[in-house]
Design a protein around this ligand. Structure first.
Ligand SMILES: Nc1ncnc2c1ncn2[C@@H]1O[C@H](COP(=O)(O)OP(=O)(O)OP(=O)(O)O)[C@@H](O)[C@H]1O
Ligand SMILES: [Mg+2]
Length: 368
């Protein structure tokens, strides 16, 4: 029987003596820690809108990201301290999120309205960077964040196709590139200016200026996260973007083959040189589960990225299986996290989105 109710179900009249006290509730909440930030949710200022009506408690927990992977843990812990309190009859918990802005490094120009930039990189082509960037952006948007995606691959932009947006859709525009909202994400790609198949040859100084324009001349609006799909490798375009953009952190995509891991290590080294934090490594095309038998096949080997991450002393953020739905989604312009929301790859992408968002929150907390 719920405390506060006598036998027979009639409610005790709530008097000041048996009403739950504000201080009691706050003291109990002050024993709940944010599992990532390792501090209590009261001193972190996460407890909002606390209302105590007799024995009924309602409150809002304001997270540092709507994609918080530890919501359930926080809810369990909050309930565990509030529900046993004398006189408490119900606890209603609501969620909010206030995504903070990362501060740019000295000499870097912030991008107006953009709170955090996440770069998706690899040192090798074809490992699934654009696929990861796309599904990461859509997963963060699905969680409730305002998200942009910048296709920084200026020589081979393929983000428009992955979002079902026609190449060249802004070719005649006189006011420059504009973000196009699709699947809840504001997308920008140089492909919007070029009809499909147009080869682009960029010469040295033009690369830097194209990169600056992509970052600073596009009105992004207010964004919690801007995901940047970097071109493969340590090309000029990739380096310019990594230098010019105030990147809060980078994720490195790798496939399990050894050669790709060597390459991924080079990407990690590039970011270290530029003083950009690396959130961790992702293994794409990790394994394949036969849809008919459920047997798992490690086509390219499995677990290599985890091992490399360990060797490099960086975090491993998750593994994504090879699934036909991933490629089909990309080709049809509907990312797999929307076209097959219950698939193993969707779960993997959503897990990774939570990991990345959580690391960003931790990094910001350390910087304050
Ligand atoms: N987990 C996966 N399962 C099935 N297909 C995948 C997976 N990841 C990527 N692909 C497919 O592999 C191909 C390459 O992926 P993608 O274009 O994302 O790689 P990339 O690293 O961005 O390549 P580039 O270096 O050319 O920019 C695409 O056809 C994509 O749909
Ligand atoms: Mg790509």
């Amino acid at each position: 029987m719920a405390p506060g109710f006598p036998e027979g179900g009639a409610r005790f009249p709530m008097t000041t003596e048996n009403a739950v006290q504000h201080e009691t509730v706050m003291a109990a909440l002050a024993t709940v820690n944010d599992p990532e930030l390792h501090r209590d949710i009261v001193s972190l200022g996460m407890v909002k809108d606390l209302v105590i009506d007799g024995g009924a408690i309602s409150l809002k927990v304001e997270l540092t990201t709507p994609a918080c992977p530890l919501k359930e843990t926080i809810e369990t812990d909050v309930r565990a301290v509030l529900e046993p309190l004398e006189g408490v009859t119900s606890v209603v918990l609501d969620w909010g999120a206030n995504v903070r802005a990362s501060s740019p490094k000295e000499g870097q120009k912030p991008i107006e309205g953009v709170r955090n930039i996440i770069a998706v990189a690899s040192n090798k082509g074809g490992v699934g960077k654009s696929t990861v960037a796309t599904n990461l952006a859509v997963s963060l948007a699905k969680a409730g964040a305002s998200v942009g995606l910048l296709d920084a691959d200026i020589t081979g932009p393929n983000v428009p196709t992955m979002f079902g947006l026609p190449n060249g859709l802004q070719a005649g525009a006189t006011d420059g590139l504009r973000a196009v909202e699709r699947h809840g994400v504001r997308v920008v790609s140089i492909g919007f200016l070029l009809p499909k198949g147009t080869p682009v040859v960029w010469r040295g100084p033009m690369i830097g200026s194209a990169v600056r324009q992509l970052l600073h001349d596009v009105p992004w609006g207010e964004l919690d996260y801007l995901v940047i799909d970097l071109p493969p490798g340590t090309s000029d375009a990739s380096m310019s973007m990594a230098q010019e953009a105030p990147i809060a952190g980078a994720v490195i995509v790798s496939t399990p083959q050894d050669v790709s891991l060597e390459d991924a290590m080079k990407a990690v080294a590039m970011f270290e040189k530029l003083d950009v934090p690396v959130f961790g490594m992702i293994e794409n095309m990790s394994y394949f589960i036969a849809p008919d038998t459920g047997t798992q096949y490690d086509i390219f080997g499995h677990g290599g990225a985890q091992q490399a991450a360990d060797e490099l002393g960086i975090d491993f953020l998750g593994e994504i299986p090879i699934e036909p739905a991933v490629r089909e989604g990309a080709d049809r312009g509907v990312p797999v996290v929307l076209s097959a929301p219950d698939s193993a790859s969707t779960k993997a992408f959503e897990h990774i989105a939570g990991q990345v968002a959580a690391r960003l929150s931790v990094l910001q907390r350390m910087g304050t």
